[in-house]
Design a protein around this ligand. Structure first.
Ligand SMILES: C[S@@+](CC[C@H](N)C(=O)[O-])C[C@H]1O[C@@H](n2cnc3c(N)ncnc32)[C@H](O)[C@@H]1O
Length: 428
């Protein structure tokens, strides 16, 4: 089947069924044997999601009435994406996209006319898109409002960063190899990379690469993880002999990092509500040769799973809107709904309230999200402090991030990092 048709089918699943791009793409790519074809389908799907609001605006200018057939609409967007953002020759982009229509032959003339009209009116349409903020930044209106409300000065940076491809960063497993030695290994394999000085274990590759092509993946020398996410384990400051609780742990990136940094914990308990995601924790720990007690349960109900033994350290990597990682998952712009934010806020606060009693006196809790919205971040932390007199903030004094009344915010793209928020509390 034509690669363009496969891409359109994947995009239909995202647009119509609300499937995540990763899920929809994984099953489609598995059927393609050629690496070149897989890369092309992936580039089309990511590109259309990234620039959906711009492409959709232009499409609406080319049509008298909206296209009801999602497959054909997705194909039209795939066609426009090639003409605007890819180096495919226009005549090839148009003819291949028209052939990808398949059995819906009624749409051939339509796709052909749409794409040719775009080329004819390109300058005028592009200028019109630039004047419409949603089209110019490729974000839905509600998201523009939310982000601007949280970060009026930083909003243009966030919108621009959200449309870029994130760098590929590695977390070196310091229990197996030092960061300098791993950098040397990369150099020996002629892979250019630099040390990310804001974290102790991070290396950022100059160009993304398949993990199997990097030295020591099977041996557990490294994992792929953004630098911002690598700060969680450092902030938690786990000591030998601590009992540690990792709440909302799946797929286990931070669980493994804690164990790599402090292998002499008394016990690490990793809990998550999602059994499928929890299986990935097991896989990750196995590759990295680390061990944790795994519990599949609702963390807001400790009465169902807690053994009444307190923890010296708790990491709450809360479920959130993930608006700080849009550059990695551009489909978030299509799938997230305004109502999701309030529901997530309620869950975040419920988790904080439920977990706090499990922390020992003198213990530390780190609250983290990969969101840039204040209502999921500093406002949650402030509300928690206001209702918990036994909690005090342990300020984060790092050079990275923007210091907030409570906690620190990393704005998407700062030092090349994902958008993240951290607050750290001690129990007195
Ligand atoms: C941000 S992700 C965690 C990422 C993980 N800490 C890591 O570093 O790989 C949030 C997780 O919260 C889990 N979750 C959501 N609601 C939960 C609940 N009530 N109890 C436990 N886990 C929950 C989700 O299944 C999801 O895996």
């Amino acid at each position: 089947m034509s690669t363009r048709r496969i891409a359109a089918q994947v995009l239909s699943r995202v647009l119509d069924d609300g499937q995540s791009l990763t899920t929809a793409l994984d099953s489609a790519l598995a059927k393609l044997e050629s690496a070149k074809e897989r890369a092309f389908v992936q580039a089309l799907c990511y590109g259309v999601c990234r620039y959906f609001y711009r492409l959709d605006f232009i499409l609406s200018q080319l049509l008298d009435k909206p296209l009801k057939d999602t497959d054909i609409k997705a194909l039209a967007l795939v066609g426009l994406y090639q003409l605007i953002f890819m180096r495919v020759k226009p005549h090839a982009a148009i003819s291949e996209t028209v052939s990808a229509v398949g059995k819906k032959t009624w749409a051939k003339g339509l796709i052909n006319a749409l794409l040719r009209n775009y080329l004819r009116l390109q300058d005028k349409l592009d200028a019109k898109a630039e004047k419409n903020l949603s089209a110019a930044t490729s974000h839905p209106d509600w998201l523009l409002e939310q982000i601007t409300h949280s970060w009026p000065e930083h909003a243009p940076q966030i919108f621009a960063e959200n449309n870029l491809q994130a760098p590929m960063s590695l977390r070196v497993n310091l229990s197996k190899i030092s960061r300098d030695d791993y950098l040397q290994q990369l150099n020996l394999h002629t892979i250019s990379a630099t040390i990310a000085t804001q974290c102790l274990s991070a290396i950022t590759l100059d160009k993304p690469a398949a993990v199997e092509l990097l030295p020591g993946f099977a041996e557990g020398w490294f994992s792929v993880q953004d630098c911002a996410a690598q700060l969680a384990a450092e902030l938690l400051d786990v000591q030998a002999g601590d009992r540690v609780l990792d709440v909302c742990a799946a797929p286990g990136g931070k669980t493994a990092h804690i164990l790599e940094t402090q292998p002499d914990v008394k016990e690490l308990v990793a809990i998550d509500i999602d059994a499928t995601r929890m299986r990935r924790v097991s896989d990750n720990l196995q590759r990295l040769q680390c061990q944790a007690t795994q519990i599949i349960a609702d963390a807001t109900r400790p009465q169902d799973w807690w053994d009444k033994i307190l923890f010296e350290r708790i990491l709450l990597d809360a479920p959130c809107s993930a608006l700080g990682v849009i550059r990695r998952h551009p489909d978030i712009k299509l799938l997230r709904r305004p109502d999701d934010i309030a529901a997530l806020q309620a869950l975040q606060q419920a988790l904080l309230q439920a977990i706090w009693p499990l922390l020992a006196q003198g213990g530390t809790l780190v609250y983290a999200t990969c969101s840039v919205l204040k209502q999921e971040n500093e406002q949650q932390a402030a509300a928690f402090l206001a209702t918990h007199p036994d909690a005090i903030e342990w300020p984060i004094t790092s050079a990275w991030g923007v210091t907030r009344p409570v906690g620190k915010q990393i704005i998407t793209g700062d030092l090349g990092m994902d958008g993240f928020y951290y607050a750290r509390f001690k129990k007195q």
